[in-house]
Design a protein around this ligand. Sequence first.
Ligand SMILES: Nc1ncnc2c1ncn2[C@@H]1O[C@H](COP(=O)(O)OP(=O)(O)OP(=O)(O)O)[C@@H](O)[C@H]1O
Ligand SMILES: [Mg+2]
Length: 617
Amino acid sequence: MLNIQNLTYLQNGVPLLQNANLQVFANQRLGLVGRNGCGKSTLFRLIRGEIQPDSGEIMLQTGKTIAFVEQEIINSHQSALEFVLDGDIELRQLEKALAHEVHDTDWFESQHRYEAIDGYGARARAAKLLDGLGFSNDALECSVNQFSGGWRMRLNLARALMHRADLLLLDEPTNHLDLEAILWLEQYLTRYPGSLMVVSHDREFLNTCVNRIAHIHNQIIDSYSGNYDDFECARVERIAQQTQAVQQQQRYIAHMEDFVRRFRAKATKAKQAQSRIKALERLTRIVPLCVEDDHYQLQINAPERGPDVLLKVEDMGFGYGEKRLFQHVNVSLRAGMRIALLGPNGAGKSTLIKLLIAELKPDTGRVSMASDIRIGYFAQHQLEKLDGLMTPLQHFQQLAPKETALTLRTFLGRFGLGANSEDRPVMTFSGGEKSRLALALLAWQKPHLLLLDEPTNHLDLDMRAALMLTLEEYTGSVVLVSHDRSLIGAVADELWLVADGQVRLFDGNLEDYKDWIESQRAREAIKPKHKKVIQPKVSKPNKKALLSKQAKLEATLSIAQTELAAINHQLANPVTYMTRPREEIKRLDQIRAELEGKITELEESWLELERMMEECD
Ligand SMILES: Nc1ncnc2c1ncn2[C@@H]1O[C@H](COP(=O)(O)OP(=O)(O)OP(=O)(O)O)[C@@H](O)[C@H]1O
Ligand SMILES: [Mg+2]
């Protein structure tokens, strides 16, 4: 359906893509992955014809159509439902044709077509899409302008899903969604009837929805069948095979060159030597794939010891106009606490954070913050707060005028903002590059408390993993809102549920939360008007603490097991022994032993927690 051949695109004279190839077939669900700034969004712009390649071709099969999500926040007085229905262009054309009073042959043809595409069911389909994306029944009739930026982005997504195109392009669709809507979108996309190309840095999301991965790397595109996990395994294998092929080819080249050198001068062999020179010239050199081994080494500067209670919320109430969001909320945030906020759409997670940092004032009760503490707040729309005209270094110099440029550059380098980007204005940055800068600015300021509202949006998987490790080591307190399940698992000791006007401890792990959401949804489906909120189970503090400890342990265990599997894979491959220096193999073996030890310890602690919980019951 889509054929990309020898595509080259230069960004400021430097190739971003060079002789890249990719084919997308009908009904394929393709995940497009690669590090921040490798050119994924640029590839989408090329496919849509918004920018032109420097050379090569992008061919879409004749008659096929492309749907994509508008990235602009649109101003419109239309109702949400009508706005989404506009996504189905053919439907709108047919509606116009059917409005004609003269019932001629064209009219009857339109009527047939309208029935064939189930025009009568279109409204119900649009309403279902909006419901899945978290819009309430009442919201369907509200005008687009009444929604906030984030919700308007969801409307753009719904509109693109409504478009019955042959190829759907989605660029990080989960960024504007919460966990609940992501789970819905995953299910929706697995049943999507057309072809799909989706850029995402969310491993779980990719594992559920795609059946092929295209990886942009070293200016080319490699494709792999299967989901994201399959891609990771296959990539390790491909690198090993490629290394072996490179070595074989080098031996062959050396042999031919030697032949040419020795026999060029001899009249009897000159002809053969000539033909070998030609063969050598024709030979396509296999370029060794290199693994991305420049791992990020993030750093969050450690705060000095602060007060024991950082924030206290007492009998707090808050609402936007008529809509009451919180009533009689009582919670305290102590030093060292690490909390993830869960809760359905619009329950007030971001609002709660804004109340905590006094960006919003409560209507009743009090929110008090300890004096002399530094708070690092990563807002959902943090990237808009960066100054597009300034470079990353200038952002830092504003914050730390006394530091040398070298120190600041080194710190930026830890966040992957090295030589290629630190002196460019931020407006030329990709989404992920902007996020890295925003996080680096927070990390510099030795925060006692980090309030992170969707910090991993836009970040590539390596950077997410690095952030996860850094947050695990960070000594301050954390309040996290995230739809990144692995991040929550690794960072949070406690889950707080924001729902039904209250903020409570949630008894259980993320799997339990998924069940809770489903039960909530099921009830709403039966009684859409009079929804009865299921009370989450409130735990005995003891068992709750044990459960969250166990969840965290499971996340660490799963990371260790994945690392161990990767190392075992390398050590089991004979190519490793042929291609890697001995010290490196020794080091790998040592890491394997350490990981095995760590896993045994973690498993023992897990069993111990299990035993303690049985005693609690
Ligand atoms: N005007 C410009 N001058 C120089 N570099 C630019 C300019 N515009 C974009 N770039 C760079 O081109 C690269 C590709 O950007 P693109 O948005 O395609 O990346 P991406 O793969 O989508 O990244 P992300 O995962 O962060 O969304 C980035 O490094 C970006 O900084
Ligand atoms: Mg992008």
